[in-house]
Ligand binder design. Structure first.
Ligand code: ARG
Length: 456
């Protein structure tokens, strides 16, 4: 008989049990459920609501239950619905009436809110640390190969030469904001809901502050209805994960392009690629592709939980049980990506010559010509126009930009001097960009040093 069976005359149907169970996925919360029950029963004894010896017995029994679950020595069944009822029933089975006291002044509604918050607090710290490792892999790669020059793109068209290190550090910056977002979300997760009861608190004289303190929360929730109804902290976490996954997906797209025969800028270590069952020559960047693909799952989780909550009247509704699968799936997906990706980045082989070759198209230095004219006091728009005409002249005359004589250049850029003919090297193009945040080698070295220190 279910723990709520008192007002029911028949047992729950098997189909119903299977429809309404959450134990198949919420069992992962068991440690947090036990942690919460221990803090709760200790407080109940301190407040004289249950005898101290009952709280002691409950504590000992909860430890045994935890150990049994750890060791796979605990039976789960759909009839007991969820992790909260499983643990409470096991207590009652062992301690009889003593165990039946643990749920005083508590509902599964505040209990589940507590469990998720405790769980997410750990998860956020764990994922933030994993993203740090990802940053370390990128910085390490930037440190060894950061001076390679490749074309930077806008609109996926060759734009201007950049250092490979500069490109990689762009992702280090993005991941840093992802970590900041997670840490910020942690503040809103770290609030203690227990004592909110089903929705209205309790008539029993509990002490929420001591529970808050013993579970290391920053404060207690201020409104019991909000505390049991709200899942915005979980939605916020999934949003943060979705943004992180989007960043990984963009890096994946870069890596996939770089591995293609058209780009041929990098080669991934064999350990991170698979072949084709049909085409013997194939070596595919699967981890990057799957990470790009799995980003869709994380977005799916975000859409699911937002949609789940949008129409719910206050306070708790059973619909909310459906919050866990998307939440757990988003977390598991991101953790899977994070377990593999950093090593793939750290071990990728850089084809510097191919990168430089692609960056040596003199058209990539057209902006440098225009900026040279600005240095000579020409208004930028005029300079842009002059160089544009020069590019057109070269195209019409079937010449590369660096293959004209000074005289030919002066047909469209009358102000050009011999110096202009020297502006077509990608090395000197990047070397002139030494302002903060730009791709100059000194500036990039400074940024690499900054990150090495940050991540040490
Ligand atoms: N398994 C439930 C959930 O995850 C726990 C709360 C159930 N509360 C209730 N009144 N049925 O949401």
């Amino acid at each position: 008989m279910a723990l709520w069976g008192g007002r029911f005359s028949t047992q729950a149907d098997k189909e119903l049990s299977e429809f309404s169970e959450s134990i198949s996925f919420d069992k992962r919360l068991y440690k947090y459920d036990i942690m919460g029950s221990k803090a709760h029963s200790t407080m109940l004894a301190e407040q004289g609501i249950i005898p101290q010896k009952t709280a002691d017995a409950i504590g000992i029994e909860l430890d045994k239950i935890e150990k049994a679950i750890d060791e796979g020595d605990f039976t789960f069944c759909a009839e007991l619905e969820d992790i909260h009822m499983h643990i409470e029933s096991a207590l009652i089975e062992k301690l009889g009436d003593e165990g039946a006291r643990v749920h005083s002044a508590r509902s599964r509604n505040d209990q589940v809110a507590l469990d998720i918050r405790l769980y997410l607090r750990d998860i956020v710290a764990e994922i933030a640390e994993m993203i740090r490792d990802f940053q370390r892999a990128l910085v390490e790669q930037a440190d060894s190969n950061g001076d390679a020059i490749l074309p930077g793109f806008t609109h996926l068209q060759h734009a201007q030469p950049v250092l490979f290190g500069h490109h990689l550090l762009a992702y280090v910056e993005m991941f840093d904001r992802d970590i900041e977002r997670l840490n910020d979300c942690a503040k809103r997760i770290n609030v203690m809901p227990l004592g909110s009861g089903a929705l209205a608190g309790s008539t029993l004289k509990i002490n929420r502050e001591t529970v808050c303190k013993s579970l290391n929360f920053s404060r207690v929730t201020r409104n019991s209805m909000d505390a049991v109804a709200d899942r915005d902290f979980a939605i916020e976490l999934i949003s943060d994960l979705a943004i992180f996954a989007m960043h990984v997906s963009r890096l994946s797209e870069d890596i996939i392009l770089w591995c293609s025969q058209e780009f041929n800028f990098i080669e991934l270590d064999d350990a991170f690629c698979t072949g084709s069952s049909l085409m013997p020559q194939k070596k595919n960047p699967d981890i990057a592709e799957l990470s790009r693909g799995k980003t869709a799952r994380v977005y799916g989780a975000l859409t699911t939980i937002l949609t789940l909550c949008k129409g719910l009247p206050l306070t708790y509704n059973r619909d909310m049980q459906e919050d866990k699968e998307p939440l757990f799936d988003a977390i598991d997906t991101v953790k899977k990506i994070l377990r593999l990706y950093p090593s793939m980045v750290a071990t990728m082989n850089i084809k510097r010559d191919n990168m430089l070759n692609a960056a040596s198209d003199p058209a990539l230095m057209a902006t440098d010509l225009a900026e040279k004219l600005v240095e000579m006091d020409m208004p930028f728009r005029t300079a842009h126009h002059r160089v544009g005409s020069f590019v057109k002249w070269c195209k019409d005359n079937n010449k590369a930009l660096n293959a004209t004589t000074l005289k030919e250049m002066q047909e469209t850029i009358p102000e050009a001097t011999a110096e202009f003919l020297e502006l077509f090297s990608p090395e000197s193009s990047v070397a002139k960009r030494e302002i903060t945040g730009a791709t100059g080698p000194k500036e990039v070295a400074k940024q690499i040093a900054f990150w090495k220190q940050q991540l040490a």
